[in-house]
Design a protein around this ligand. Structure first.
Ligand code: HEM
Length: 456
């Protein structure tokens, strides 16, 4: 007889049973867009709304339609206007927000930066940061794991990006990042109404000064490294910064694009992984029967395999739990596009200027695509089961030409972090652990993740 308890169902907004009024909708979009979606969104292959406030809207859930938009006819889709309005002032021509020829040239120039050889090379600094980080848990107290994971992934990024050689006062950089994304990275109601750019967005004004300060640190850091590369090219650190500076050239990146991409990596590459790590530890704490075999797997691998670059392949159970947390709480909950030309797909007509939303949040919880969609069941991703999941029903890293360039980096980082943390400590929820998923730039746990950390 199977003695496993029934699966843990972590917190999530219930699908709405009636559509919100226009005013209510604006409020929800500003506060937490995850609360917007109703029963039809979680049940239908697509939803098409023509007379909405922000123009026509298509919610794409059918894997074939998603494949059409992101891959087969990707050339007919640009980044959605609202997304660009929020992100471009911060990230400019970084890969996430670049389009057309700039994007094509930059993606090609940056591909060598993300080869397996370089990613494996980052395993050692990832391990070093994770080990140093665990020192704080010796006190046996309650810690906010959400905040901690942001710090840990920030440490890892600072090490792999700059090898810790950042201009400015120590600590000020990470502080500025938090402020920047808190103030700039929100949907302003005026964006939603597609108001013209000259109308000031009150929600974003505060972010401007932070932005200027932040840019200056990056420019100074680049200048420091350029000087070092000239003076002592053989001994300069082999980190992202050196690799990006070497990707410059007539067919490569411009100086400004290197700067934009550094800011993009920071924006796209640490909060995302942090969120997924936090949700993984939380779900495992609430499902200790899932946690035990993972602890055994980690202990066994750490005892025989000293090379952290090999851990991702050696720990299928740990990886499956992380992938399941990415399903339930995709750090990038919405992938937004807009058609260049209107078109028809399998009877669905996609109108001009429609916002086409491929929402990992909704697709990953779709009633017709998953059994027990809201439950935490890592076995879905165990070897043998994983192949049964359609490529276009599971999209934490997107798909097609604009698929996340940092996916292997993130997976390797997550497994190393989980292995180090869980080999030494056990993370348990307390009476205060009541996270509520809220979509800001990433899927964040409102209320934080206070957890009791005990040595194993
Ligand atoms: C768990 C962690 C991560 C998640 C869930 C994630 C998710 C995503 C998604 C969904 C996209 C596609 C967006 C779209 O099509 O509109 C994307 C793109 C991107 N990601 Fe990630 N990401 C993660 C980690 C990282 C890391 C570590 C880096 C860099 C070091 C990174 C850099 C980027 C960049 C530069 C793009 C733009 C690619 C392009 O448009 O060509 N991401 N990411």
């Amino acid at each position: 007889m199977d003695s496993k308890p029934s699966p843990f169902v972590p917190p999530a907004p219930r699908p709405r049973t009636s559509p919100p009024s226009t005013l209510e909708m604006m409020r929800i979009v500003y506060r937490n867009p995850l609360e917007l979606w109703g029963e039809p969104s979680y049940n239908e292959p697509w939803i098409c709304v023509r007379g909405g406030v922000g123009g026509p809207l298509v919610v794409a859930n059918d894997p074939a339609l998603i494949r059409h938009v992101l891959v087969d006819n990707a050339k007919n889709y640009k980044m959605a206007t609202v997304r660009q309005k929020i992100l471009r002032p911060i990230l400019r021509d970084g890969l996430l927000t670049a389009e057309g020829e700039v994007w094509k040239r930059s993606r090609k120039a940056m591909a060598p930066v993300f080869t397996p050889r370089h990613i494996f090379g980052f395993a050692a600094p990832m391990l070093k940061c994770a080990r140093q980080f665990t020192g704080r848990y010796e006190d046996g107290k309650v810690h906010d794991i959400a905040r901690d994971m942001t710090e840990l992934t920030y440490d890892i990024l600072a090490e792999t990006l700059f090898s810790g050689e950042i201009a400015g006062e120590p600590g000020s950089f990470s502080h500025q990042i938090d402020r920047l994304f808190e103030t700039m990275g929100r949907v302003d109601p005026l964006d939603l109404l597609r108001a013209p750019d000259w109308l000031p967005r009150l929600t974003r004004i505060r972010g401007r000064r932070t932005m200027a300060y932040f840019r200056k640190i990056v420019t100074d850091t680049m200048a420091m490294r350029e000087e070092r590369l000239q003076r002592d090219p053989d001994h300069a650190p082999q980190d992202f910064l050196t690799l990006l500076l070497r990707a410059r050239g007539p067919d490569g990146l411009t100086r400004g694009e290197v700067e934009d991409n550094i800011i993009t990596f920071i924006g796209a590459g640490h909060e995302t992984t942090a969120r997924a790590l936090g949700w993984t530890l939380y779900c495992l704490a609430e499902a200790p029967w899932e946690r035990e075999p993972i602890e055994r797997e980690i202990d066994a691998v750490l005892a025989r395999e000293p090379d952290p670059a090999k851990w991702l392949d050696a720990m299928p159970l740990t990886r499956a739990a992380f992938e399941e947390a990415l399903r339930l709480y995709p750090p990038a909950p919405s992938i937004n596009r807009e058609p260049i030309e209107p078109e028809t797909f399998n009877g669905l007509s996609i109108p001009p200027r429609a916002a086409v939303l491929v929402m990992p949040w909704v697709v990953h919880r779709h009633r017709k695509l998953w059994k027990d969609p809201d439950a935490f069941i890592p076995a879905r991703f165990h070897p043998g089961n994983r192949d049964k999941i359609d490529r276009f029903q599971y999209l934490p890293f997107g798909a097609g030409p604009r698929v996340c360039i940092g996916a292997s980096f993130a997976m390797q980082e997550a497994i190393i972090a989980l292995a180090v943390l869980m080999s030494r400590f056990r993370f348990d929820t307390t009476a205060e652990t009541k996270p509520w998923p809220v979509q800001k730039l990433t899927t964040q746990p409102e209320g934080g993740l206070p957890m009791q950390v005990t040595a194993r």
